[in-house]
Design a protein around this ligand. Structure first.
Ligand SMILES: [Zn+2]
Length: 303
């Protein structure tokens, strides 16, 4: 991968650290779309985790499109000695995920930069959908090669990965949904709740018939997402994004993984519009209907 990288990275763009690579992203017809910085390995003083950001958004000024400057900052395994950097499966997922956020930024076509912002329960669609490609045989053939023998990862091994991802999904789904409903319950109170939080939670769980053997993922006293973490009444967004990404990916499975017409619709109806229109309206235009839960249930092995 190294030599291709060196060739494609834009040599004349300034970088903020020698390990950072700058790329010029162009449209199929050669039009400039964005500048993209990738900063993939840990180093002293760098924040942990992985995220996609923008140094500049996109907007229109004097009838001219101002193009964005996007970043992907991650902390992937670094190369050891003369060996190449070998990414874990989780890191591969992260790479596809953050690139998805970046692609959404590259393609934004909004008149005001504020309109690029997407509601929390829609913002993970462009990123999560990308993760679906990572384990498809046609895609694995391109990147998942043994670093010594150049052999593509065996199909049986990929099947094992798929199967292990479905382990215990019934429990995981229920405990997550229970926590999402609890969050919603707390945030839809219209009068002050003057009772013990545990008692409130008990009633909340009974209301939805949650099996007592599967308590909500977080109990109210330490459910920090919803009281201080910015997820107020929005904890459901993780699984909703998954409903969307699995259903949207299905549109490619129904045609082909690289279907140009489907990809173009995803681009023009969703990615280019950012947050400038109602999310469900945009989705309907892309998919021709509202999202369905079937693909998610199938992916989790629940159907
Ligand atoms: Zn994300």
């Amino acid at each position: 991968m190294k030599t291709g990288d060196e060739r494609a990275a834009a040599a004349d763009l300034a970088v903020y650290h020698p390990e950072v690579k700058a790329w010029e992203v162009k449209d199929a017809d050669g039009t400039h779309l964005a500048v993209f910085y990738t900063d993939y390995h840990p180093r002293p003083g760098k924040r942990g985790g992985a995220w996609s950001g923008r140094m500049r958004g996109s907007w229109v000024r004097d009838g001219k499109s101002v193009r964005p400057i996007a970043t992907n900052v991650c902390n992937f395994s670094r190369p050891a000695g003369d060996e190449p950097a070998l990414l874990t499966l989780e890191e591969v997922g992260t790479l596809f995920h953050e690139l998805g956020h970046a692609i959404a930024t590259f393609l934004n076509k909004v008149p005001y930069t504020g309109l690029a912002g997407v509601p929390r329960d829609f913002v993970e669609l462009p990123s999560q959908i990308m993760e679906n490609w990572a384990l498809e045989p046609e895609v694995l053939k391109v990147y998942a090669k043994h670093y010594k023998t150049v052999e593509v990862i065996p199909a049986e091994l990929v099947e094992k990965i798929r199967k292990s991802a479905q382990f215990n999904q019934g429990f995981a789904t229920v405990e997550y949904l229970a926590a999402s409903m609890l969050d919603m319950d707390w945030h839809t109170q219209t009068t002050p709740v003057e009772q013990d939080a545990a008692a409130f939670e008990k009633v909340s769980m009974e209301k939805i018939g949650n099996p007592p053997a599967i308590p909500p993922r977080y109990h109210s006293p330490y459910y920090s997402h919803i009281f201080a973490g910015g997820y107020s009444a929005g904890y459901y967004a993780y699984i909703w994004a998954e409903v969307l990404d699995k259903d949207a990916f299905q549109a490619f499975k129904e045609t082909s993984l690289f279907d140009q017409a489907t990809a173009r619709r995803f681009r023009t109806e969703i990615l280019e519009k950012g947050g400038s229109e109602d999310a469900m309206t945009m989705y309907r235009r892309f998919r021709g209907r509202e999202p369905r839960v079937d693909a998610l249930l199938k992916a989790r092995g629940l159907k």
